[in-house]
Design a protein around this ligand. Sequence first.
Ligand code: GLC
Ligand code: CA
Length: 508
Amino acid sequence: MSWWKTAAIYQIYPRSFKDGNGDGIGDLAGVRAQLPYLADLGVDALWFNPWYPSSGADGGYDVIDYRDIDPEYGTLAEAEKLIAEARALGLRTIVDVVPNHISHLHPWFQRALEGHDRDLFWFRDHPNNWTSEFGGDPWTQLPDGDWYLHLFTAEQPDLNWTHPAVRQEHEDVLRFWFDRGAAGVRIDSAVLPVKDPALPDLEAGRPHPFVDRDELHDIYRSWRRVADSYEDPRILVGELWLPDAARFARYLRPDELHTAFNLDFLTCPWDATRLRASIDTTLAAHAPVDAPATWVLSNHDVTRVVSRYGRTDTSFSFGAKKAGVPTDLELGTRRARAAALLACALPGAVYVYQGEELGLPEYEVPTDAIRDPMHFRSGGVDPGRDGCRIPLPWSGGSPPYGFGATPTWLPQPAGWDGLTVEAQDGAPDSMLTLYRSVLRRRREFSGSLRWLDRGVGVLAFARDAGPVCVVNLSPAPVALDGEVVLASGPIEDGFLPVDTAAYIRIDL
Ligand code: GLC
Ligand code: CA
């Protein structure tokens, strides 16, 4: 069985994981020092958010040089060591690639500014009616009068994927990292790179000029050929924000991407009917293309799960973030614990975003400390994504909580002393202990999913092998039959309390 079909993959946001040299910024030395922590957690692979030289306009998603490491994080030689050391501990490495755009400081764009090879990008003498993914105008005018397209910030000019050099360069970059031992790539904004070359106005009823264009599939097929040319084949993981499950699954055909993030599950509210529908739709969409599903509860772009689940509206959407609304973190944490059991029992791969295993809440960063361009481009309406990117608390009772030195690049809140790795390590009821247990238990599951009826509001299912998973989203405790092997909270007299999950052994 290929490892990636059932892998648990830990997402590292390098800037906020661990600071090895005491400048308040996470780095590769910090990650290397904590590899035993990651191996011990029980994951199979690490996905690194971009670690390349960048102007920092969008948290590293503005790449200046794909073949190097940002000096704030370390060196290429260190990255090579990290990949090898991680592998020796059983952890594979996935790197991030960002095909839609590069940094305005990348040599290609610098040359374009001087008037050379502008056809590597989208230069026009007038803008169109498109909107930036971060809000506002996706066109910026240069002093010479020409406009260039950037679906994100002005520091992230979009590449022209009809240009052969763009295709060639990205395939070379894949080989560069695969040759250095990377086990795969995560493909950023994977439904956006191809544009209708006429750049027509966006009009209802017409094919979308830049989302999910059919031409993308040919590009990913050639990436797949690169990945498959390695003896230990490398994997391609897509970030596909697409509401239509059938369109989503087309990217997972056998000669395209291996897997993609399940963002539908991530945005789903804490509601049994909705979650079950999301799980069923996911499994049904993946079956015909024979691709494994993935289960994602959080990442570096969305509100932390314990905060989401502690609100009246537990769904997530970029357009309606709920900063400032009342949040019951105790409730959210109870649900997040149950959700961890759910996600880890489902067929396919699972992602854990750094800090999820510590139950970190969203931190509403003081306005003057906000870094995220999403906030600025929204005219200050959107709180941005900094609140889920806070430097991790490792130890101690106050900032920097063992992260490195203060000031940390984003401020940490007071009151995280109980959430540090040190405080949670070995504590029987901590989120960290739960994640360690659930990631171990997860290996017992295999085969397909079969729903069991345990009443309204209860998600219960068996797999071909492994315990039965029962999640109680109903308003009352439910009776459990069988032996409990793991539970997200205390079982009361044989009853599974509200917002609690358990793995049980029953003879069915
Ligand atoms: C993806 C990334 C996000 C980034 C954007 C532009 O959605 O996950 O963090 O801002 O692409 O690269
Ligand atoms: Ca550092």
